[in-house]
Write a protein of this length. Structure first.
Length: 311
């Protein structure tokens, strides 16, 4: 059904990549995404490299489908992480939170495919100049770490496509088959899902966070630390509302205890990184059901476009 440069390069059935969210993007969730036809990704942004190495090993037990690893450079200071990933036979890596100059040559020399996460046209041009194979183009709608000079996906994606012809994974604001169709129409080869995967049954986070996403409106996220980067998009809570009112305050300096939030369910213990698509998520569903719906909704979206073009 799908035939994009992303599905061709990675051997996946559906051009959907799961976001590499710290403490969340581990084998339980990533294997479910890969087994359902998308691309599961193991995170490194938690910095717990000993645990992450075990999670990569678990992926071999839980799936025989392709999967990837993200190297979040600002949080990974162990240079041995790259040789370890190479030795594990991982074929696809995304790099983020740092310069594409750092690891691209080393990874590509070992035969890996490398995509770099970019929030702007200038960053995209630099990444391609450094030799990456593709880009994750991240609009400001998405949850997590953001460019303080925020640009929405609807502007950023076609802008970068107009200047570059490398494969693109569109991130930020994508949620379903209709937004996948929109991304492809704007020049992407696939999409990345983060918040939708946080609120999946296989997500390891506490049900309190999942239900907070289900109950959220489209206006229930905040953009933090615009003047004290890194900027963050997160779910509105008492903690994040306080930080929102002081744009010079660093969200990272007042991030809190992530494990108490992620696994203990205390929504005020830390900053719940969440994208604007929380306003469109109405239920906690299995990864298999989420991706099956993406396929069905994609077909419906194409039919709507086809019907409109004939009118």
């Amino acid at each position: 059904m799908f035939n994009t440069r992303l599905t061709q390069a990675l051997g996946i059935d559906i051009p959907v990549v799961q976001a590499p969210m710290g403490w969340i993007a581990r084998s339980q969730l990533a294997s479910a995404v890969s087994n359902a036809g998308g691309l599961g990704v193991i995170e490194t942004s938690s910095g717990e490299l000993d645990i992450i190495k075990g999670e990569i090993g678990k992926m071999r037990e839980l799936t025989d489908k392709p999967f990837a690893v993200n190297i979040a450079q600002a949080f990974v200071r162990d240079p041995d992480v790259v040789p370890f990933i190479i030795d594990q036979g991982v074929k696809f890596v995304t790099t983020s939170a740092g310069s594409p100059e750092r690891f691209t040559d080393q990874l590509k020399t070992a035969g890996l495919t490398v995509y770099h996460v970019v929030p702007s046209l200038s960053a995209a041009l630099k990444a391609v100049e450094c030799g990456v194979d593709g880009l994750v183009v991240e609009g400001a709608e998405g949850g997590g770490f953001k460019n303080p000079k925020d640009v929405a996906s609807l502007v950023l994606l076609p802008l970068i496509r107009a200047h570059l012809d490398v494969p693109i994974i569109a991130a930020g604001g994508f949620h379903d088959g209709a937004t996948l169709a929109a991304a492809i129409a704007l020049g992407a080869d696939g999409i990345q899902l983060g918040t939708r995967m946080v609120a999946s049954k296989e997500s390891p986070v506490h049900d309190n966070w999942k239900q907070a996403i289900v109950n959220a409106k489209e206006t229930d996220t905040v953009f933090l630390s615009r003047f004290a980067p890194p900027a963050l998009r997160a779910l509105r809570t008492e903690r994040t509302t306080r930080l929102e009112k002081d744009p010079a305050q660093s969200g990272m300096a007042d991030f809190g205890d992530p494990k108490a939030l992620y696994f203990g369910g205390d929504m005020e213990a830390a900053i719940p990184l969440t994208g604007q698509v929380c306003g469109r998520i109405t239920a906690v569903e299995s990864v298999a059901d989420i991706l099956a719906k993406v396929k069905a909704e994609y077909e419906l979206a194409l039919n709507r476009v086809s019907t409109a073009s004939k009118a």
